[in-house]
Design a protein around this ligand. Structure first.
Ligand code: ADP
Ligand code: ADP
Length: 232
């Protein structure tokens, strides 16, 4: 579960202040695929980065599973961050590493045994349908395949939350559909809460049950997709 209580975020650069978020309140439940939609500059990335604690709120609170992130010490925060996986528009794979090594990275960093890593990575590659690509390099994969690997890597440390930052924006419609189908499976089969930021209405209508519409740092509407957008 993710909650935000009256969250503000102001950036200051060379004396110029930009308020990216202005009093955000939201609640994402465990079973949700929660979409955040808005134009470029609305504050979507800032919002999602606060959930991962890559940014700290200037004011207000972010809670994960009922606990305020600002109340954790560094060690506790590392544990919480493991609960949160993230995928990106441009996949962010390491080009010099094989697919296996990319997916294994979070497990290597958390010092899992070689056998555990081998088993877990192959299980994940199977789940995303790319077990035959273990020894390939990212530049040998299509965009859709790269995003599948991004998803496998994000799931490696068994998160309870998956954050998706414009995860299908670089993909064609057909590939987008297959990634959205995979995300639905992540949500249903593993019970992982999904939060998606996008500027694409189609993505929201295809997989989200809840949506928040952002404009200029504020949520101007929030509710079920049906309530907010009516019948498709
Ligand atoms: P979106 O993801 O909806 O495009 P962002 O969250 O990236 O919106 O940006 C919201 C606003 O905050 C923009 O005006 C942007 O320029 C500003 N902003 C975001 N990150 C920073 C930063 N690190 N420093 C200064 N301004 C920022
Ligand atoms: P095990 O300890 O045997 O792996 P679990 O109950 O942890 O059993 O999970 C059963 C299966 O579900 C695992 O083999 C794994 O593939 C998958 N799984 C469970 N949780 C996650 C998660 N957070 N991310 C990815 N896969 C998961």
């Amino acid at each position: 579960m993710i909650e935000m209580e009256n969250v503000y975020k102001t950036f200051e650069r060379k004396g110029i202040k930009t308020t990216a978020l202005k009093g955000i309140n939201l609640k994402v439940n465990k079973e949700d695929i929660f979409g955040v939609i808005g134009y470029s500059g609305a504050g979507k990335s800032t919002l999602i980065r606060l959930v991962n604690y890559l940014e700290k709120p200037t004011k207000g609170y972010v809670l994960v599973d009922g606990q305020r992130l600002d109340q954790f010490n560094a060690k506790e925060l590392r544990v919480v961050k493991k609960k949160i996986g993230m995928i990106f528009q441009h996949f962010n794979l390491l080009e010099s590493k094989t697919i296996f090594q990319n997916v294994a990275m979070p497990l290597i960093l958390s010092k899992k045994s070689k056998d555990d890593i081998q088993r877990r990575v192959m299980e994940l590659l199977e789940f995303v349908g790319l077990s035959d690509k273990a020894e390939s390099y990212p530049n040998e994969l299509s965009g859709g395949q790269k995003q599948r690997i991004g998803i496998a890597r994000a799931l490696a440390s068994r998160p309870s939350i998956l954050l998706c930052d414009e995860a299908t924006s670089a993909l064609d419609p057909q590939t987008t559909q297959s990634i959205l189908d995979l995300l639905k499976r992540v949500n249903k089969e593993y019970g992982i809460t999904i939060m998606i930021i996008t500027h694409e209405m189609g993505v929201i209508q295809e997989i989200c049950n809840k949506v928040a519409v952002m404009e200029k740092g504020e949520i101007i509407e929030q509710g079920s997709v049906l309530e907010v957008f009516g019948q498709p």
